[in-house]
Design a binder for this molecule. Structure first.
Ligand SMILES: C[S@@+](CC[C@H](N)C(=O)[O-])C[C@H]1O[C@@H](n2cnc3c(N)ncnc32)[C@H](O)[C@@H]1O
Length: 313
């Protein structure tokens, strides 16, 4: 049986168990080694931080957002720590589960220190040396801090709640961002979440910036399939295969554009990776995708940026 199918079965089974996410973390860390904080993962997320900051600065002319909100930070808060380093004061992260821990934050801070020492961090973010001293002192004194004290020093607040009803005030956030998260949220949930983001993001100088990975995530792990493999399944089949540990909505760039258009969220910048048409053509596409151009279906990653001043309502 192909490796991706074995993984799908394991995740589906785990999804029915209590503490499914913790079991999945253990499985990924020690068995599939999918979510270790290696240099590749760290640099990829640092690249996202650089882009969010770049778009925010370009749109607003400000050096940094005072307040930010990330949805789906996950295990290693690389973007929130980057925002801390450039001077943000209130950094919120909303998730459905508390996936980070003291150990994972220390691991993340160690990576920041390693890249600071090698001089490479500067290529990504223009950070402030006083803020970096905070990171050094947390690492030096790690035994004396618990998770909540570390988060407080980094000005990060984790909100574990339904992102459709955030406990944040209207018009209060400068930058709302996400990485590799929208693809895990089906449109029935994503639409009310985006409506909530419109409520909390500032109408003056507020920015939204979302990076979406639309590739089949099973292909990240099983190199015998390509990133379009999941597009062959009907909706009914996919319901059986997909799981609540790491759901994949499979929607494409044109679906996101339509959601933005329907919600009247401005699209100020839209960048994407074209993907590989020849690989897409090897997949017998489900009827669900057939009314769209192959070029658009093939787009594998996209980044939506919104200048919320241009918001129509
Ligand atoms: C694949 S991880 C991405 C983690 C991180 N942003 C990264 O780039 O590595 C997806 C994250 O989205 C979170 N997530 C999924 N659905 C969510 C929802 N409805 N509300 C908030 N977070 C959600 C998951 O718990 C997980 O932390």
């Amino acid at each position: 049986m192909k490796k991706w199918k074995q993984k799908a079965i394991v995740q589906k089974t785990i999804s029915y168990l209590p503490f499914g996410q913790n079991i999945n973390y253990f499985f990924q860390k020690y068995v599939t080694k999918g979510e270790n904080l290696n240099d590749e993962y760290f640099l990829d997320r640092l690249g996202h931080a650089k882009e969010h900051i770049h778009y925010y600065q370009n749109i607003t002319g400000n050096s940094h957002p005072n307040s930010s909100l990330e949805i789906g930070t996950g295990w290693y808060p690389i973007v929130p720590i980057s925002l801390f380093l450039i001077g943000s004061e209130k950094i919120y992260s909303v998730d459905i589960k508390m996936l980070t821990s003291k150990e994972r934050i220390i691991t993340t801070l160690e990576k920041f220190l390693e890249f600071h020492n090698s001089g490479k961090l500067k290529d990504f973010i223009n950070y402030n040396s006083e803020r970096f001293e905070v990171i050094k002192s947390i690492l030096n004194d790690r035994g004396n801090y618990d998770l909540s004290q570390i988060l407080q020093l980094l000005k990060i607040t984790y909100i574990i709640e339904d992102a459709r009803k955030l406990s944040l005030a209207d018009n209060s956030i400068d930058l709302v961002n996400s990485n590799n998260t929208f693809e895990h949220i089906y449109p029935e949930l994503l639409i009310p979440i985006l409506i909530e983001f419109k409520r909390v993001v500032k109408k003056q100088n507020g920015v939204m910036s979302h990076f979406i990975d639309m590739s089949d995530h099973f292909a990240h792990f099983d190199k015998s399939i390509n990133i379009y493999n999941f597009l062959q399944f009907s909706e009914k089949q996919w319901k059986w295969i997909d799981n609540s540990i790491q759901p994949q909505s499979r929607i494409r760039i044109y679906d996101y554009k339509k959601i933005y258009e329907d919600l009247k969220i401005p699209i100020s910048e839209l960048t994407f990776r074209a993907g590989d048409l020849s690989e897409l053509k090897t997949i017998p596409l489900s009827d669900f995708y057939l009314n769209n151009s192959l070029e658009e279906i093939a787009i594998s990653h996209c980044h939506f940026v919104s200048d919320m001043c241009k918001n129509e309502n």
